[in-house]
Design a protein around this ligand. Structure first.
Ligand SMILES: [Zn+2]
Length: 300
């Protein structure tokens, strides 16, 4: 009896160790200090996902209001206290609100590192996607968004106003575009992550077919901005977002033509080269995007 109990305890501890290991980044990387975007808006910059040992997650927005601090995206799990320590270098105000632009763990992972009393906000489909993640099951459900919206939500007022928009599927089916109107800044999340093909996460409702249309809708609606915080890249300008929309549209039409011509997705990906028209762009993610568009057209 005693022996069985000991074995059970050991197994349980072993199981817990494995769970903890799975939630922590392989090697803890150091976060950079806050980088000022404008006045009371900062980012804690993203690190490259290419080197996984240095990867901490996407860009985190830090908006210091009169009454408290809004954090947009919380990086991978395990960085809550690091994010707070960086914020403490510029303000003593409490973090009152966390906005998650979408469900992925490199944007929601450290929600759990903040008090559960915080107002967590996301688009309604993102809340549903997050609720399916192991990271938000059981006790962790308290770190799920409490406040959701469908198409548009404004938070706070005056110079502290933040407008949240949902324009349709793309990276997922719940991507929030965050606008800081007084500062003329747009935080785009992974609807504009980098200058390469978009990641279309079909398991979370993403769509490479809808992607260019959704980008066009965002560009047509959000007019009064001059600075863009992408999901995983340094600050950009509206012209970069406009170029990204053209790139996504060209990638879609090239993929559709290749499919009509009877090419396999591998042959299509190998034959599509947009770098002459878009010299700043990488092609590391073209193959995955083409495969996702093929599967979507085939209804898979
Ligand atoms: Zn993402």
């Amino acid at each position: 009896m005693r022996r069985a109990l000991t074995l059970g305890t050991l197994l349980l501890i072993g199981g817990m160790t494995m769970v903890v290991a799975a939630q922590q980044p392989a090697a803890r990387a150091t976060l950079p200090d806050l980088q000022k975007v404008k006045d009371n808006l900062y980012i804690i910059a993203a690190s490259s996902p290419v080197d996984r040992s240095q990867f901490t997650g996407g860009n985190t927005g830090v908006f210091v209001m009169d009454t408290g601090v809004v954090v947009v995206d919380t990086k991978l799990a395990g960085y809550g206290s690091d994010i707070l320590a960086k914020i403490r270098k510029v303000t003593d105000k409490p973090v009152t609100t966390i906005i998650n632009t979408h469900t992925h763990g490199d944007h929601t992972g450290s929600n759990e590192g903040f008090p559960a009393t915080i107002d967590f906000v996301a688009q309604e489909n993102t809340k549903a996607n997050m609720a399916r993640m192991d990271a938000f099951k059981g006790d962790k459900a308290q770190f799920l968004p409490k406040r959701t919206y469908q198409d548009k939500l404004s938070l706070f007022s005056g110079k502290d106003r933040i407008d949240l928009y949902y324009f349709g599927a793309g990276h997922t089916n719940g991507d929030t575009w965050v606008v800081y109107p007084a500062l003329r800044v747009l935080q785009a999340g992974d609807m504009f992550a980098w200058k390469d093909a978009p990641l279309c996460d079909r398991a979370n409702g993403g769509s490479g077919v809808a992607f260019p249309k959704t980008l066009a809708k965002a560009i047509a609606t959000i007019k009064d901005v001059d600075t863009i915080i992408p999901g995983h890249s340094p600050l950009m300008a509206p012209k970069d977002l406009q170029e990204y929309q053209r790139f996504a549209a060209d990638l879609l039409s090239a993929t559709e033509s290749a499919k009509k011509a009877g090419k396999s997705s591998a042959d299509a990906a190998a034959s599509i080269n947009l770098t002459a028209k878009y010299p700043d762009y990488k092609s590391d993610r073209v193959k995955a995007a083409v495969e996702a568009i093929y599967a979507e057209i085939d209804g898979k």
